[in-house]
Ligand binder design. Structure first.
Ligand code: ZN
Length: 135
């Protein structure tokens, strides 16, 4: 695989407005984008921290993946996203090495990135996202 850096860390929150206020007023970060990904039943908010971003995730429906996650585990870190070069090849490479894939092929995520998830059972309990920015 060819991982270049940590693209973002996804954090599941119950109340997006309250979380944004905390990140801005306590952590002194600036939310630069709020975006809804209807297909994933999620609203996202982004903060830049150096080369990495914090992605807050609020479920728009209780039966969405983030809603279910919070119900089971509560708020907290949901996934870790690596920026990669050549997402298709990275997926094939990972699968070839025995990693279980949630997404066999990349799909569109927030910020127009191509994204794909690896199964946490194959990655020591960490839901892992690969992403690539394609111009
Ligand atoms: Zn993500």
């Amino acid at each position: 695989m060819k991982i270049t850096h940590i693209e973002h860390i996804g954090i599941a929150v119950k109340d997006m407005d309250e979380a944004i206020r905390h990140y801005e007023e306590v952590f002194g970060m600036k939310c630069y984008a709020v975006e809804e990904v209807a297909e994933q039943k999620v609203k996202t908010a982004f903060f830049q921290v150096g080369q990495t971003k914090i992605e807050l995730l609020e479920s728009t429906q209780a039966d969405g993946p983030i809603g279910k996650f919070i119900e089971k585990k509560g708020e907290g870190i949901h996934h870790l996203a690596y920026a990669v070069e050549g997402i298709e090849d990275n997926l094939k490479d990972a699968e070839g090495k025995g990693v279980r894939l949630i997404d066999k092929a990349p799909r569109k995520g927030a910020e127009g990135l191509d994204i794909a998830f690896l199964h946490p059972k194959s990655t020591f309990g960490v839901l892992t996202e690969l992403c690539e920015k394609k111009e």
